[in-house]
Design a protein around this ligand. Structure first.
Ligand SMILES: NC(=O)c1ccc[n+]([C@@H]2O[C@H](COP(=O)([O-])OP(=O)(O)OC[C@H]3O[C@@H](n4cnc5c(N)ncnc54)[C@H](O)[C@@H]3O)[C@@H](O)[C@H]2O)c1
Length: 455
């Protein structure tokens, strides 16, 4: 089976490269010439652990190709994946223009029976719309459209694609189902479950999965805020909740709100589709509101934390003018360079507006961050970013940040304030080093408590 993948972003590239790795001949297509030129040189346009090795294997075997020539690659394919972006439109709905353009382009180039697999996350009804677009554009085309949403996570995309918890497939006809069974045979042989269902259900499964996970994140963030207010500890709370098998441990770590290219746009798009179906999803609407409130509230609390340590006047109007805040972490989570809807893109402009001088460091996302925050000053290392800082703000849970030797950094800082929105450190150890340490949902500690702890 010859496979063509349209779109070589986080999903399309991983899909194409991994399908090639299990033996298929794959051509990946993109409109971005530079991306394709680089990929042909073996250079990966994104940071995704392990992807480079798998890509090199496919290229060495001569079974992985990159091109901008969509018509030729579609004409020769038995299977065409649509994996283009579906970003949030101005009205909050998914912008389907890339998907529709791809569908029109595919329609004009189809030769022989072709299976068109929609990997992009699309609202219910989109696969049917794609069927209509293609049939209208090319009435003689022989094709089936299948929904096959992707659940991989950036940062562990290769592993997630190769060992998914399940594969979801929405189909209309038996022939399409048989081809999907053949495509994923090596996965099912390894025990991976496939859920076959209708196009509509498959489309909705993707949105419900993301909405459910986003709900867990928003929930634990609200609990962390409540812990702060009533003097409870979110770490013990989260551990106890997670030990209940009905709840599960995943996605119960407080942080600066969910971000990235999926949860924010998918939760919002789901609420809009549900409203239009006259069946509002009130829980998801609250999750969207809760998350956006949480990020902004944290953005405002930074000045409050700083003022506590700097003994400034609070009076509701805290001045950060001329203060240097070192931001560690720009990506929306660790192990990716993706900054789409990252907390950094909301919080940094908020701090800059309050007059703060921001210097940021991220192991992988500094270049991508500059596209979203054009005037962002970056530093080459943690040491350079934190030198002379009045406060340090932790936004991403990169492994290298967990190992920071604070004792060596603090003497070079103007003020030993660390505001940690990822709860990376032990509060007592930070306090022992003379650091004013603020984290989420864990009571701040003072000298007397340290003495009590060590005594
Ligand atoms: N990123 C994730 O973690 C993730 C996970 C699961 C699902 N998804 C979904 O997968 C889809 C793709 O997401 P992504 O993050 O890979 O997007 P992306 O923006 O990283 O990549 C999209 C790519 O498609 C290309 N493209 C657009 N129109 C094209 C056309 N007509 N022909 C050829 N190439 C074209 C763009 O140039 C770009 O390289 C979205 O619907 C997203 O919601 C994303």
């Amino acid at each position: 089976m010859k496979i063509t993948v349209i779109g070589t972003g986080y999903v399309g590239l991983v899909t194409g490269v991994c399908l090639c790795d299990i033996g298929f001949d794959v051509t990946c297509v993109d409109v971005d010439d530079k991306k394709i030129d680089n990929l042909n040189l073996g250079e990966i346009p994104i940071y995704e652990p392990g992807l480079g090795k798998v890509l090199a294997r496919g290229q060495e075997r001569g079974q992985l190709h990159f091109t901008t020539d969509l018509p030729v690659s579609v004409a020769q394919a038995d299977i065409v994946f649509i994996a283009v972006g579906t970003p949030q439109g101005d009205d909050g709905r998914s912008d389907l223009s890339y998907v529709e353009t791809a569908a029109r382009q595919i329609a004009c180039s189809l030769e022989g029976q072709t299976l068109i697999i929609v990997k992009s996350t699309v609202p219910v009804g989109t696969c049917t719309r794609i069927e209509r677009i293609i049939a209208r554009q090319n009435p003689d085309a022989e094709f089936s459209v299948v929904s096959n949403p992707e659940f991989l996570r950036e940062g562990s995309a290769v592993r997630d694609f190769k060992r998914p918890d399940r594969i979801v497939v929405g189909v209309r006809d038996a022939q399409a189902r048989a081809t999907m069974e053949q495509l994923y045979a090596s996965f099912t042989d390894d025990g991976v479950a496939i859920v076959f269902t209708t196009l509509e259900t498959s489309e909705l499964i993707k949105y419900s999965a993301n909405a459910f996970l986003a709900t867990k994140v928003a929930f634990i963030n609200e609990m962390a805020n409540l812990c702060d207010s009533v003097g409870a500890d979110v770490e013990a709370l989260s551990e106890a909740l997670g030990l209940d098998e009905r709840i599960g441990k995943a996605f119960l770590k407080p942080g600066p709100g969910y971000g990235g290219s999926c949860f924010p746009k998918d939760t919002l798009a789901l609420t809009i589709q549900a409203q239009e179906a006259d069946c509002p999803v009130h829980i998801v609407e609250s999750v969207v509101a809760s998350n956006s409130f949480h990020i902004r509230r944290l953005g405002k609390r930074i000045a409050e934390f700083c003022a506590r340590s700097w003994h400034d006047q609070c009076n509701g109007n805290i001045d950060l003018s001329g203060k240097k805040i070192a931001v560690l972490g720009l990506a929306f989570k660790a192990n990716t360079d993706d900054i789409r809807s990252a907390a950094s893109t909301v919080i940094i402009p908020l701090l800059q507006k309050q007059g703060a001088n921001i210097v940021a460091y991220d192991p992988q996302a500094m270049e991508t961050a500059k596209t979203a925050i054009p005037d962002l000053e970056t530093a080459a290392s943690v040491i350079a970013a934190t030198r002379d800082a009045d406060a340090v703000l932790m936004l991403t849970e990169w492994e290298e940040f967990r190992d920071i030797d604070w004792a060596s950094l603090v003497p070079a800082m103007r003020s030993p304030v660390v505001i940690d929105f990822r709860n990376l450190y032990n509060r007592y150890k930070m306090a022992e080093q003379g650091i004013d340490y603020y984290s989420l949902g864990r009571p701040a500690i003072n000298g007397e408590q340290i003495a009590a702890q060590s005594g």
